[in-house]
Design a protein around this ligand. Structure first.
Ligand code: ADP
Ligand code: MG
Length: 368
C-alpha cells in the first residue's frame, strides 16, 4: 500500500517581500494542499507522476543535474538537496496531485517540495527537524530550480498550525504561532486568473537586486547594516536624498512593511480584526505604489472588494504581477462576500475568478 502525505499552500496576511530582507512575515498555511502518494523502491529510481501535468517522469537519484526547466525539478531538487545534506534516501514512486492552484501566489511549489521531501525521508525511516526540512526545500528551489525565493513558503508548508497564523522572524527563523480562529475572522482568497509570468520572474529578481543596492548604499555610511531589517525609514530618509527614486521607494516599502507586520501581530493577539484589516489594506497600497509588484487585475480585485459590505481589508498576496488577493472578513460575512466579489469581477472582466474561504491548517503530515 502506498503511504499518503500532504503539505499545504499558504497565504501571507502581511509582510510582502520581507522574507528575503530578513524581516518578519505573518502567513497562514491553508486548507489547500499538495497530496502525494508514495511507495519506496529497492533501487535508486525516482518515478514521479503529476496528475495536473498528466505526465510521468523517471530519473536515477545519481543522474546529473538537468539543464532545462521542468516541473520534476522541484522534486528532483529536493532529492538532490536531501542527499547534499547527508540523508541517504532510497528511490520511490510518487504520485502527485494538488488543489493549490499553480502559479497563483499560494505557493504550490513549496507545497510540492515539502510534501516530496517529507515523504522521501519517511519512506527511508529518516527523521528531520521541520525548520531544517524547510531550509533544504528552499535550497532545492534556489539552486536546483533556479528561483531565488526566500524561506517563508517552505517554512509555512512545514510548520503551519491549524487555527493559527505564524509570526516568522526570517532572520532567526523563530516562529510564534498567533491564534487565528475561524470563528472570529475569515480569509477569502480571490484568484484573478491572470499571471504575468515573465514580469513576475524578472521583476522579482530585480526587486532583490534593488534591495541589495539600497543596503550597499547604507553600508557605505553604516557598515554593520546587513539587510534592510537593520534600518528604519526615518534613518534611510536622512541618507537617501541622492538615491534613485526607485531604490528609495523600495526601501520605504520594506521598512514600513516591517512595522505593519508587528502592528498586525499585536492587533491579532488582541483580536482587533478591524485594525488588522486596515493594516492589510495599507500594505496593498505600499506594494502597489512603492514596491510596484501589483497588476491591473489585482488592483481591480482589491477595489471591487472595497465596495462590498463586510470587508475588513484586502491586498495582493504572493510575489505579485497577478495571482491572488486575500480579503479579511467577519466569519459570517465570508460566503456572501465571496459570491459578490466573484460576480463583480466577472462582470468587469468577463473572467470567472476562483474565490473561496480558506482556513488556517496544519503543516506537512502523513495522512494515511
Ligand atoms: P506558486 O508557488 O505561487 O504556485 P511557482 O511558479 O513558484 O508558483 O510554482 C509553480 C510550479 O510548481 C508549476 O509551474 C510546476 O512546475 C510546479 N508544480 C506545482 N504543483 C505541481 C504539481 N501538482 N505537479 C507538477 N508540478 C507542480
Ligand atoms: Mg512558488
Amino acid at each position: 500500500m502506498p503511504r499518503v502525505f500532504r503539505a499545504p499552500g499558504r497565504i501571507n496576511l502581511i509582510g510582502g517581500h520581507l522574507d528575503y530582507n530578513e524581516g518578519w512575515v505573518l502567513p497562514i498555511a491553508i486548507d489547500r494542499s499538495c497530496f502525494l502518494a508514495a511507495k519506496a523502491r529497492n533501487d535508486r529510481l525516482l518515478r514521479i507522476h503529476s496528475v495536473q501535468m498528466q505526465e510521468t517522469f523517471e530519473c536515477h537519484l545519481d543522474d546529473p543535474r538537468p539543464q532545462q526547466h521542468h516541473w520534476s525539478n522541484y522534486v528532483r531538487g529536493v532529492a538532490w538537496a536531501l542527499r547534499e545534506a547527508g540523508q541517504s534516501i532510497a528511490g520511490a514512486d510518487l504520485l502527485i496531485s494538488n488543489d493549490v492552484p499553480m502559479g497563483a501566489g499560494l505557493s504550490s511549489s513549496a507545497a510540492l517540495e515539502v510534501s516530496a521531501g517529507f515523504a522521501l525521508l519517511r519512506l527511508s525511516d529518516l527523521k528531520m527537524d521541520r525548520v531544517q526540512l524547510a531550509r533544504i526545500c528552499q535550497r532545492a528551489e534556489n539552486e536546483y530550480v533556479g528561483m531565488r525565493c526566500g524561506i517563508m513558503d517552505q517554512l509555512v508548508a512545514c510548520c503551519g498550525r491549524r487555527a493559527h497564523a505564524l509570526l516568522i522572524d526570517c532572520r532567526t527563523l523563530e516562529i510564534e504561532p498567533v491564534p487565528f480562529d475561524d470563528s472570529s475572522v475569515a480569509v477569502v482568497v480571490a484568484n484573478t486568473m491572470v499571471k504575468h509570468a515573465l514580469a513576475a520572474s524578472s521583476e522579482y529578481n530585480r526587486r532583490r537586486t534593488e534591495c541589495d543596492d539600497a543596503v550597499a548604499r547604507i553600508r557605505a555610511v553604516r557598515p554593520n547594516v546587513k539587510t534592510l531589517r537593520d534600518v528604519s525609514w526615518p534613518e534611510i530618509q536622512q541618507m537617501a536624498s541622492t538615491w534613485p527614486n526607485d531604490i528609495r521607494r523600495r526601501a520605504r516599502h520594506v521598512t514600513t512593511e516591517m512595522l505593519r507586520v508587528h502592528a498586525a501581530a499585536a492587533a491579532l493577539r488582541k483580536g482587533d480584526f478591524a485594525e488588522l484589516g486596515r493594516l492589510i489594506s495599507e500594505a496593498h497600497v505600499s506594494l502597489d505604489t512603492d514596491y510596484e509588484v501589483s497588476s491591473v487585475e489585482l488592483n481591480l480585485m482589491v477595489a471591487l472588494a472595497q465596495q462590498i459590505p463586510g470587508l475588513l481589508g484586502a491586498r495582493m498576496t504572493g510575489a505579485g504581477f497577478g495571482g491572488c488577493t486575500i480579503n479579511l472578513t467577519g466569519p459570517n460575512d465570508a460566503a456572501e462576500f465571496a459570491a459578490k466579489l466573484a460576480e463583480s469581477y466577472e462582470e468587469k472582466t468577463s473572467i470567472k475568478p476562483d474565490v473561496y474561504v480558506c482556513r488556517a491548517s496544519d503543516g506537512v503530515e502523513e495522512i494515511v
